[in-house]
Design a protein. Structure first.
Length: 203
């Protein structure tokens, strides 16, 4: 688990990375990060409009492929400029957006004897999901089903949809499903107070 101070460092690093890239087309280097942020971790950087909270970009590394601080720089820039769902951001637009960072645990495959057991193996508000089948892959962060008020079955179906597969594909024995957890830090408003987000686990 990261401390709030470490989370604040990451959020400020993400914003500075986007500011510098949009202004000068320069990818910054992390400035003297704490040793804990040099570990390899999976992360996602999400950018939302404020106050509307509409998604503006979300890019990440599901698996721990790079040092955390460097991953934040990479993914922050990609979220602002490389999310294929949106046009690239302007520097002025960034001033009206908030930044959120999800630091992930290593995804673990869910093993079941019967595919119908999957909903019992996950918890909305705690787990994120990855669904894989051949070249198809979809990921949804733990916060998504909470915001959308999905139950576990709908969460599985929507992750399949994200992967471009039929919504009931999670029932196929050929599909691999992974779960992971995340620690989330975000700005309450652009350049404002940075907090750790506590998700309510569905009982």
């Amino acid at each position: 688990m990261l401390s709030l101070d470490e989370g604040k460092y990451l959020i400020k690093l993400a914003r500075k990375a986007v500011e510098e890239y949009l202004g000068k087309r320069v990818a910054i280097e992390p400035d003297n990060p704490p040793s804990s942020l040099l570990e390899k971790r999976g992360i996602f950087v999400t950018i939302e409009t404020y106050p509307g909270k509409e998604l503006r970009g979300c890019i990440g590394y599901p698996y721990p492929v790079k040092e955390l601080a460097q991953s934040v720089v990479d993914c922050a820039i990609s979220s602002a400029t490389g999310d294929p769902r949106f046009p690239g951001m302007s520097r002025k637009e960034l001033d009206a957006c908030t930044i959120e960072i999800s630091v992930l645990t290593v995804p673990e495959v869910i093993n079941v004897k019967d595919q119908k057991e999957y909903p019992k193996c996950i918890k909305v508000g705690k787990d994120g999901l990855i669904v894989e089948y051949g070249y198809y892959s979809g990921l949804l962060l733990p916060i998504v089903p909470v915001e959308q008020k999905w139950d576990e079955e709908e969460f599985l179906s929507q992750t399949c949809c994200k992967a471009g597969m039929p919504v009931d594909m999670w029932l196929s024995p050929k599909v691999k499903i992974y779960k992971f957890q995340s620690q989330v830090f975000k700005e309450e408003k652009p350049c404002g107070k940075i907090v750790e987000v506590e998700l309510e686990v569905k009982k």
